[in-house]
Design a protein around this ligand. Structure first.
Ligand SMILES: [Zn+2]
Ligand SMILES: [Zn+2]
Length: 332
């Protein structure tokens, strides 16, 4: 089968990915093999290709927003049948035994594995997944529109909850890419007031089309104090900016897996009065099931731009250079 692999990390324009032929993976104990229909392009794939995230395995195949159909079932796997549509997400496995797994916080597992980082992902014709970590997907969404829900959606949803905005409160969104444009749909339908602060005319236009309450520059001030905010842009310099925009007691949740350095903070202006700064790390399977059910019920629909699988590098370069709004999705 054909698969993209990380060959030699470096700037995306220098071609860190190459497409190779390799044997089809066989599903092992408890696994199913998924014939990939679509795979979303996540910023984490870019961080991996460019070396911001150190590779955990040589020649790994990226891609952790995989939609496809089960075409082979391994020994002991019984949750899905051949032909079922499934989604393969970022969280590939946890140890199930550490102190975090035992208390229901498997997102903090000390022995996790991630799709497209530890094990081969969906920039390929097929991949295998532990069936316990795969998802069924909302019927209302076709493959291309379901793919971005699997990481951008699920982890964005966890970040939204971590921002802890009370009912009817105000939410700030810093950076407006694949994750943010999904999560504002959830927040608006839940009755929050949403203020988007982002660079890029295309991003601001998409935010306005989705019906947010205000749109402004990334380093500007929103029209009201924020009860909570999510930082999606991988820009540490926005942390103090967003903290200053919080109301007393507000929470800033940093959603990304990678962030540039945060400048020094001023305690009085940026943290005192119980403003809180927190990170968001991966997700639990319960987060994923809850979000996908909610997305189906609320009619969440990502704005996507499709690329042939052969153009994976172009899609990543377009993401790196901010050439599209919404979410890129690769098609086989
Ligand atoms: Zn664990
Ligand atoms: Zn991701």
């Amino acid at each position: 089968m054909r698969a993209w692999v990380v060959d030699r990390v470096g700037p995306i324009d220098d071609g860190p990915l190459i497409r190779v032929d390799r044997p089809e993976p066989e599903p092992g104990q408890g696994q199913v093999r998924v014939r990939v229909s679509c795979c979303g392009v996540c910023r984490t794939d870019l961080h991996l290709a460019e070396g911001d995230l150190p590779p955990r395995r040589p020649s790994v195949t990226p891609g952790h927003e995989v939609v496809g159909r089960v075409d082979a079932v391994g020994a002991g796997a019984s949750r899905f049948a051949v032909g079922d549509r499934v989604g393969v997400p970022w969280l590939a496995s946890t140890d199930g035994t550490c102190r975090f797994c035992r208390r229901g916080a498997e997102n903090l597992c000390i022995g996790p594995r991630f799709t497209g980082w530890d094990i081969d992902g969906g920039y390929a014709d097929a991949c295998v997944v532990d069936e316990r970590y795969a998802y069924r997907l909302p019927d209302a969404l076709d493959d291309e529109h379901a793919a971005p829900l699997l990481c951008s959606g699920i982890i964005g949803y966890r970040a939204l909850r971590c921002a802890a905005v009370p009912p009817g409160g105000s939410l700030g969104i810093y950076g407006f890419g694949g994750s943010a444009h999904i999560i504002v749909q959830v927040a608006l339908r839940q009755g929050l007031r949403v203020h988007v602060l982002t660079r890029g005319a295309g991003n601001r236009r998409l935010a306005a089309e989705l019906g947010v309450d205000s749109v402004g520059e990334a380093d500007g001030m929103p029209p009201e104090p924020l009860d909570g905010a999510v930082l999606f842009a991988p820009a540490g310099e926005l942390v103090p900016v967003a903290l200053r925009a919080l109301d007393r007691g507000g929470t800033l949740a940093v959603a990304g897996i990678w962030l540039s350095d945060i400048p020094s903070l001023n305690y009085e202006n940026e943290l005192f009065e119980e403003r809180k700064l927190r990170s968001v790390t991966a997700n639990t399977r319960a987060d994923g099931e809850e979000f996908l059910a909610l997305a189906g019920r609320l009619g969440v629909r990502p704005t996507t731009i499709g690329y042939p699988m052969a153009d994976a590098v172009q899609a990543l370069a377009d993401l790196a250079h901010g050439r599209f709004s919404g979410a890129a999705v690769l098609h086989n």
